[in-house]
Design a protein around this ligand. Sequence first.
Ligand code: SF4
Length: 90
Amino acid sequence: MNTSRRSFLKTASLIAGAAAVPVSFMSREAYAAKVAKAAMQYQDSPKGSAECSTCMQFIPGKSASAKGQCKVVEGDISPKGWCLAYTAKS
Ligand code: SF4
């Protein structure tokens, strides 16, 4: 298993573990904790047709082209970005 795959699996297990913890037991800071861009292999460009603007984790900015936020990944997020946690809106 290469390092990036191991890193992703570790991060994914942390996210899954955090989701299993009842919100009432989490501090505001712990609830707001996000994953670093590098750990999720975030990039400012789409991966094929997949991009942040069509991901269920994306929180849009002030306009369609403005950077927004992500529920999972920390920092400013481009609507044209992508990362390993991409999950298409249903
Ligand atoms: S989870 Fe990844 S693909 Fe989805 S909005 Fe966040 S950074 Fe973009």
